[in-house]
Design a protein around this ligand. Structure first.
Ligand code: C2E
Ligand code: CA
Ligand code: CA
Length: 439
């Protein structure tokens, strides 16, 4: 009985692996024996359990097992892998590889419909589920069970990434992407210890053409890939758990830059991008305090740019963190403002200093009437709330002209200056008059 799952009566994983070994051995002898492995996962099954209770959840799992067993042919097999994850082995798919793959995909789609296409009747409830399926072929190259399972798992993961409720065929493209990702993660971890990472600085200008601040933007010069954009490596850092180290490093650079500027008598605030997840971590405020103390930088010179994601999740927590940092003297800017779904209630509840209008709205300027209207509205609202407004991605004088004419406080973009090495900018600043105090 240990080979069978007590709830569904289906073979358990160990026995299923035995079936796979057998199928692989047959395949090695006879090409007609091509097969496929499907990994099925019920989307959000936790919700079913939470909403209807574990008993109902169990009944659905039992019914899923029954439906799958009925839908497959006698020489195929189905197993309950874990919780709400099932596996199906298809065999005898013929010698033609393309036809076999097509057949396997058809079966996967059929199994998807058998589960997701008709509701489960439990008591008075009629419950509909969604299913993600990953599919891979057993063929001559699949000599190892672990490899087959890994491929099916990658395909399933991709199906879930695509939003679930679909079938994804394993392909070497998926594998290539995963390998690429893992190698980037490894390299980024090395980069954090070496000097491959640096910060560039992009100045921000007021209407009178004077510098009113500067944003730090991370740059990674990879030994083989060349320059990797932060838009590419920040998500990698997040997934690989490297974000805390990256944030700590960026704070360190920001504080050191401030101290250097202060040493030259330049009073210029430095903006640094803070990932929402970093802000919400319990050790964030202490780590900021530590960096300030260790570098001797004045917190009043720091502006943290944060996107709205930070408070869409947990407004109260975000507010507490921001208030604690604000008490130290740090100011806040909402990055990418107007680029997505905006919940305006937070504008009053958070200690905000600045709105940063997203580049996507600027691109329509000066011609597009909708962009004009939205920007005028943002500027009016910010004035009411006493927030400073800066616009990013300014590429032409006309765009800057429109913004200043409607009360925007500052602009940042290629029109005035591209991001540049910090030293280059500091040298230029010490030659000129320096930076104007922000209001
Ligand atoms: P962001 O904060 O919205 O930064 C502005 C991006 O627009 C930068 O891209 C900048 O180089 C680019 N940009 C500036 N002016 C112009 C312009 O006139 N035209 C155009 N087309 N682009 C302009 P970058 O440096 O590639 O950074 C991309 C994103 O990566 C940033 O978007 C920010 O979200 C993130 N990022 C960059 N550095 C860091 C960092 O140190 N920490 C964190 N957490 N995120 C960072
Ligand atoms: Ca930014
Ligand atoms: Ca931005």
């Amino acid at each position: 009985m240990a080979f069978y799952d007590p709830l569904t009566g289906l073979p358990q994983r160990q026995m299923f692996i035995g079936h796979m070994e057998q199928a692989l051995a047959e395949l090695a002898r006879d090409e007609e024996m091509q097969g496929a492995v499907l990994m099925l996962d019920i989307d959000d099954f936790r919700k079913v359990n939470e909403t209807y209770g574990l008993d109902v959840g169990d009944q659905i799992l039992r019914e899923i097992g029954r439906r799958l067993s009925t839908a497959i042919r006698p020489h195929d097999s189905v197993s309950r892998a874990t919780g709400d994850e099932f596996m199906v082995l298809l065999t005898l798919l013929g010698a033609d590889r393309v036809a076999a793959a097509r057949h396997a995909l058809k079966v996967a789609e059929k199994l998807h419909d058998v589960l997701a296409g008709q509701p489960f009747q439990v008591g008075n409830a009629s419950i509909t589920i969604q299913v993600s399926i990953g599919l891979t072929m057993l063929d001559q190259r699949s000599t190892k069970i672990s490899q087959v399972l890994q491929e099916a798992g990658m395909a399933l993961h991709r199906a879930e990434e695509k939003g679930g409720d679909c079938v994804v065929f394993f392909s070497s493209c998926i594998q290539a992407r995963i390998e690429e990702r893992l190698s980037l993660e490894r390299d980024l971890s090395v980069a954090l210890k070496t000097s491959q990472l640096r910060m560039d600085l992009q100045p921000q200008y007021g209407e009178d053409d004077r510098v009113v601040g500067a944003e730090l933007l991370a740059r990674w010069t990879h030994p083989e890939r060349g320059i990797v954009s932060p838009a590419q490596f920040i998500p990698v850092a997040m997934e690989a758990g490297l974000m805390p180290r990256l944030t700590r490093w960026s704070l360190q650079v920001a504080c050191e830059t401030l101290v250097r500027l202060q040493g030259h008598g330049i009073e210029c605030p430095i903006s640094v991008n803070i990932n929402p997840h970093s802000l919400l971590r319990p050790d964030f405020v202490p780590s900021v305090q530590e960096t300030l103390a260790q570098t001797g930088a004045l917190a009043g010179g720091l502006i943290f740019e944060i996107t709205e994601e930070a408070w869409l999740g947990d407004l109260e927590l975000a507010a507490r963190r921001m208030q604690a940092l604000n008490r130290l003297g740090i100011r806040f800017s909402i990055d990418d403002f107007g680029s997505g779904f905006t919940n305006l209630t937070y504008l009053r509840r958070l200690p905000l200093d600045e709105l940063k209008i997203d580049r996507s709205l600027i691109q329509g300027l000066p011609e597009d009437a909708d962009s004009q209207a939205i920007i005028r509205m943002i500027l009016g609202m910010a004035r009411q709330l006493g927030l400073r407004v800066i616009a990013e991605g300014i590429e032409t004088g006309e765009q800057a002209g429109f913004l200043f004419a409607h009360g925007c406080d500052a602009v940042q973009g290629f029109w005035k200056a591209r991001p540049m090495p910090i030293e280059v900018w500091v040298a230029a600043q010490t030659r000129s008059l320096g930076c104007q105090e922000r209001r």
